[in-house]
Design a protein around this ligand. Sequence first.
Ligand code: 5RP
Length: 227
Amino acid sequence: MTQIINDKQAVAIHAAKLVEDDMLIGLGTGSTANYFIEELARRKKEENLQFATVASSTVSMIKAQQLGLDLVAMEHVRQLDLYVDGADEVTEDLTLLKGRGFDLVKEKLLAAASEQFYVLIDDSKTVSRIGENYPIPVEVAPFSWQMVLRSLQQIGATGDLRSNSNGDGLAITSHGSLVLDMVFDSSLDADDLNSELNRIPGIVEHGIFYQLASHVFMGKDGEIIER
Ligand code: 5RP
């Protein structure tokens, strides 16, 4: 029995209970996804649950490896049963903002290729509109950043290239992309924003996950609320 220390862990344990034998499960990235990976490892060890995993990032892959989970390389995966990940913002209609990390491309691929996508959050992540708390990350091919920035400015956005954590250079994603952190006019809804970002050439991926989540599980004061 795991000692539950916070809402992120509680919600991760709840989601891990829904995993069944023989599933192929996508592992998200971040502190909530880490709790989920740990609980999967516990169920494998103590309950002999049989499943395989595919990781959305190097960090998740190493964590899964260290905990003895079976990993499949993404190159071998056409579709999966379940993808489980955290999010930075979630709206009422289950649109997500993700990608404060550097693994947007794999995260969205896994979310889109999965039968079910469970999103795990605590109540600090709920918002009334995407972009309320954070700029929207837009991954761009390095050679395209100026042209993409101009296209984004033409639709009224402001923002710039993301710096690395030391502040002495630029942030580079797992795929060698740069990241533009952009703020959009609050009158644009997520549907419009998603369509605008999908149509601009040079954007590798962006942080709006529109109509991808099947369930959101929110931990709040020890309770699990499902949407
Ligand atoms: C990484 C993500 C994370 O899922 C998101 O940032 C939430 O992280 P945490 O679970 O640590 O709060 O989108 O790209």
